[in-house]
Design a protein around this ligand. Structure first.
Ligand code: ZN
Length: 160
């Protein structure tokens, strides 16, 4: 799996998250739910997000199975976005997917990702990029999902 090639400090943080994942539980009353799969590796994530009335992430949890990278990424992602607004969380998801593709970001954006910033190192393993981004895609798609189940990729036409 190639993890042994990672710097040992990074590897330790990644293994700690996958062995003891944070927020790994379902939220029965979540306002936003999604299931995403990464067929190339067999990773599955069920993500539950509970937004409060001000679109702030009140609680977040995930269940599912997958490789070390996908599990630890989901754990890191839930840590990073807990308590953030929907907009902040979407910005962080964008930062993360840009980061693993090798795009540069201001240090402040990377700091906001907390432990998840460590996963920038997976871009040296192209096969693992989808494992790392799965939970962030789930976050993005769940937050952009409309009550009717459709995915709104353009945030400009919020008719209320
Ligand atoms: Zn995987």
């Amino acid at each position: 799996m190639g993890l042994e090639r990672l710097n040992s400090l990074y590897r330790e943080v990644i293994l700690d998250h996958s062995d003891h994942p944070h927020h790994k539980h379902a939220l029965p009353d979540a306002t936003h739910k999604i299931t995403l799969k990464n067929p190339t590796c067999g990773d599955v994530i069920n993500l539950d997000i509970d937004l409060d009335d001000h679109d702030k992430i009140k609680d977040i949890g995930f269940t599912g199975d997958g490789c070390t990278i996908s599990q630890s990424s989901a754990s890191m992602m839930t840590d990073a976005v807990m308590g953030k607004s929907k907009e902040q969380a979407l910005h962080m998801a964008k930062t993360f997917s840009d980061m693993v593709m090798g795009k540069k970001h201001p240090q402040a954006d990377l700091d906001e990702l907390q432990d998840a910033a460590i996963l920038s190192n997976v871009m040296t393993f192209p096969a693992r990029i989808k494992c790392a981004t799965l939970s962030w895609w789930a976050l993005q798609r769940a937050l952009l999902k409309q009550p009717d189940g459709s995915v709104d990729s353009d945030d400009s036409d919020k008719g209320e």
